[in-house]
Design a protein around this ligand. Structure first.
Ligand code: AMP
Length: 551
């Protein structure tokens, strides 16, 4: 083989354990703070691999996780793929029916679940017509198992007594190592498979100066959930660089994040804007020492300019990045080119609030409605197409979705962008009809169908409207059936949606209209609706705090 050995994840761990055996992995858990070092981490990853083998799992098996960010979840990150199995991180915030579909589609053989997500998982299993047939073992992330109908064992009992050495197999680069589902505009979520080579090349790319490089003097805290594209790949790259890891655990509040930054000396952290808005408010009202914090990575939704200014004023560099589940995820980072270093602050800010410069190793094109490449003048716009070693070329077991969303080896991102003369990509619109709220997707079309299934509703269109905290929230525009009693329609529709969807899917407001405007081809004219109703003031902030999709 050219190069001697394939591009796989395991050497990152071996190196960290060899060179930085005493560097820490720290985790906030229900059981309190846990801390150990790379030496022990490597032992525990091997124990997990042995435990999985002993339970009959291995080669090519898909192993699901349903967890927040903590050390045990991180143990699955190397333990599962390095033994030849495939780590399938499942998003526990999704509606039950999506979770059911995902487990069925992936045919997971085991699921590692947090105790706090156990009721949610039990609910999804209980009303599944085919209750998780493929799953033979549930493993609860902790020392004991709460009362449950599921056939579950505690993680610590599962790994206990197993050898701390594992005879790691030589894996080929094409071996599937990871799997993550992303929400589609229509239909079911789509799986994106990550091979060993994709995760390796993504790790190396984000370790470059044009990425989010992490070194042995860094302390990295991913706030972005580990069920979102491997926490943007940071647990892998932090290990590659020998950095200390800090996992903020279940549903961290701004106060938890501030405390972890101060106490653990966090240098780099990453998450969606909603998380950082929370931290900003907290910092304004409390005395927080951010002096160790060097970089704060923002992605998933656009970083507001005011946020960049705020963190600049506090001596923290806000690094704005763009990516997708399909791109492992990092595709561009808004670093300043060297010739902009002397530019005035406002010019720099304008560049830094764009989605950034393509990451080395990737290629892109911007295609307009007529199929032509658009000029890079910062004005013309079109759909962003992207390809490269860590960009998927297909959806897992979904040939029809693959057919639609790829062209000439490029992924059609559904993001409408312009590119300026310096090469900075800026998202100006979204071609896909979805709403991203607090980092989580809500399918407008699925909500419309659910609303239209209500007896009092003739037609319903759902649009995303800007929201200060969640970036976007759904607004429902409803045409009632003739003669329907609409006096309590708002509440009725809320209950109707809640019967099938989590709280954060409930539209913030329902507006009754006479007719949904249509395009020439008879589709809902969302553009017209957005122009008329896409006004922030309509959103009443009805999402309760405990419904937070925050991620
Ligand atoms: P996901 O696959 O869930 O990670 O979502 C990917 C999508 O999130 C992209 O196609 C964009 O629409 C959006 N997105 C990701 N990063 C950014 C960003 N920095 N600014 C604006 N939108 C973003």
């Amino acid at each position: 083989m050219p190069g001697g050995s394939p591009q796989t994840l395991r050497p990152f761990l071996t190196r960290a354990a060899q060179l930085y055996p005493e560097t820490e992995i720290v985790s906030r858990t229900h059981e309190g703070m846990v801390r150990y070092d790379y030496d022990e981490y490597a032992d525990r990853a091997a124990q997990l691999a042995n435990a999985l083998s002993a339970a009959g799992f291995g080669d090519g098996d898909r192993i699901g996780t349903f967890c927040w960010n903590h050390h045990r979840h991180f143990e699955t990150y190397f333990g599962v793929p390095s033994m030849g199995a495939q780590l399938h991180t499942i998003n526990p915030l999704l509606p039950d029916k999506h979770v059911q579909y995902i487990v069925e589609n992936a045919q997971d053989r085991a699921i590692f679940v947090d105790a706090s997500f156990l009721p949610k998982l039990e609910g999804a299993v209980a009303d599944d017509p085919d209750p998780f047939d493929s799953v033979e073992q549930f493993v609860v992330m902790g020392e004991s198992v709460p009362e449950t109908d599921l056939d579950a064992v505690a993680y610590e009992s599962f790994v206990e007594g197993h050898a701390t050495e594992y005879d790691w197999p030589a894996l080929e680069e094409e071996r599937p190592a990871g799997l993550c589902y992303t929400s589609g505009t229509t239909g079911q979520p789509k799986g994106v498979e990550y091979t060993q080579q994709m995760l390796w090349s993504h790790t190396m790319a984000i370790q470059s100066p044009q990425g989010i490089p992490l070194a042995d003097d860094d302390v990295m805290m991913p706030v972005v959930p580990m069920f979102h594209v491997n926490a943007w790949g940071l647990p892998f790259s932090a290990t590659a660089g020998g950095a200390k890891h800090v996992y903020p655990g279940p549903q961290p509040e701004p106060a938890d994040l501030a405390r972890l930054i101060e106490e653990e000396g966090v240098t780099v952290t990453a998450g969606v804007p909603t998380v950082w808005l929370g931290l900003m408010e907290y910092v304004k009202e409390n005395d927080v020492d951010l002096s160790t914090l060097d970089r704060l990575v923002v992605g998933g939704s656009a970083a507001p300019e005011a946020m960049i200014r705020f963190f600049d004023d506090h001596g923290v560099e806000l690094v704005h990045a763009w990516g997708m589940t399909e791109t492992s995820p990092v595709g561009s980072v808004a670093h300043l080119k060297s010739d902009l270093e002397d530019a005035d602050y406002e010019t720099q800010l304008e560049k830094r609030s764009k989605q950034g410069l393509i990451t080395p190793g990737l290629e892109y094109r911007v295609i307009d409605d007529d199929g032509n490449d658009v000029p890079q003048d910062g004005e013309a716009f079109g759909e962003l197409h992207i390809r490269g070693p860590w960009v998927t070329t297909e959806y897992f077991a979904r040939p029809e979705a693959t057919e639609e969303e790829f062209e000439d080896g490029y992924l059609k991102t559904g993001d409408v962008v312009s590119v300026d003369e310096d090469g900075y990509i800026k998202i100006v619109d979204r071609a896909k009809d979805v709403i991203k709220s607090g980092g989580e997707w809500i399918s407008s079309q699925e909500l419309e169908n659910a609303l239209m299934a209500h007896d009092a509703v003739a037609e319903a269109a759902v649009i995303g409207v800007p929201h200060e905290r969640w970036q976007e929230r759904p607004l429902a525009l409803v045409v009632p059936v003739d003669g329907a009693d609409t006096s309590a329609l708002d509440d009725e529709l809320r209950d109707h949606i809640l019967a099938e969807y989590p709280k954060w899917w409930v539209p913030d407001a329902v507006v009754t209209i006479e007719e949904v405007p249509k395009t020439a081809t008879g589709k809902f004219n969302k553009q017209a609706l957005r122009a008329e109703y896409g006004d922030e003031s309509l959103v009443e902030g009805r999402v309760p705090d405990d419904a937070a999709p925050e991620s």
